[in-house]
Design a protein around this ligand. Structure first.
Ligand code: PRP
Length: 212
């Protein structure tokens, strides 16, 4: 009989990857291959019963949506921005931060007549937020260090991730409104959820039982 393929889990490279591997070790999975990965991107876990794929956040969603990975670990920020078709099963509780609207300290944002300009790495999140307020804004997509945009007077405000608040503070910016809390989530491909239901439910139960 053909051996079952390992359950394939896409992890967002970096901090979420490290937190997930620590969680898997707490659950009793052997993650030595991931710990000694070098530059390898596909690695066996738990004696080959599972396979971990290391990818960028957006790509975790792409691989899970297309079903080439059964499960993914990705931040709620990326989920909100990409709006994919998959199940979001577990809030893993790590990678906590938030989406917020920030401006230069002391500068009034609401009010006035002109259309405000917002710089962000997350145009869909920003658009949805301002649409919910019925507010027309111009959105400019920035790739990183979004805090620069209001300092360079490209924008009136930013929609960005705030964790400790240090980046805002050190650049003379402040939060004027929280938009949404963020943390790492476990997502599952819709077909895998049917075809590998037992394995996935078992994994989810063990993950849930071992969360902080
Ligand atoms: C994120 C975010 C803020 C910063 C917030 O950027 O975009 O710039 O972290 O963290 P803090 O509130 O703890 O200061 P990241 O480090 O991912 O780099 P990037 O801006 O180049 O994307």
């Amino acid at each position: 009989m053909e051996q079952t393929k390992p359950l394939r889990i896409a992890l967002t490279k970096g901090r979420l990857e490290n937190n997930t591997i620590s969680l898997f070790e707490k659950m009793g999975f052997d993650c030595s291959a991931v710990r000694e990965k070098g530059r390898k991107l596909i690695l066996p876990v738990d004696g080959g019963k599972m396979e971990v794929v290391l990818a960028k956040a957006n790509d975790v969603i792409t691989y899970v949506e297309h079903g080439v990975c059964d499960v993914g670990v990705v931040g709620k920020d990326t989920i909100m921005e990409m709006n994919g078709r998959f199940f979001e099963l577990v809030d893993l509780g790590f990678g906590k931060c938030r989406f917020a609207l920030a401006t230069k300290k002391g500068e009034p944002f609401y009010g006035g007549y002109g259309v405000k300009t917002i710089a962000t790495k997350y145009p869909n999140v920003a658009r949805t937020f301002f649409e919910s307020k019925g507010m027309d804004v111009e959105i400019v997509k920035i790739e990183g260090s979004v805090e620069l945009a209001p300092l360079l007077e490209l924008s009136d405000g930013i929609v960005d991730i705030v964790e400790t608040g240090t980046t805002l503070k050190e650049n003379g910016l402040e939060v004027i409104e929280d938009i949404a809390p963020i943390s790492a989530r476990m997502i599952v491909n819709m077909v895998s959820m049917k075809l590998r239901q037992k394995e996935i439910e078992e994994l989810v139960a063990r993950v849930t039982a071992n969360l902080e």
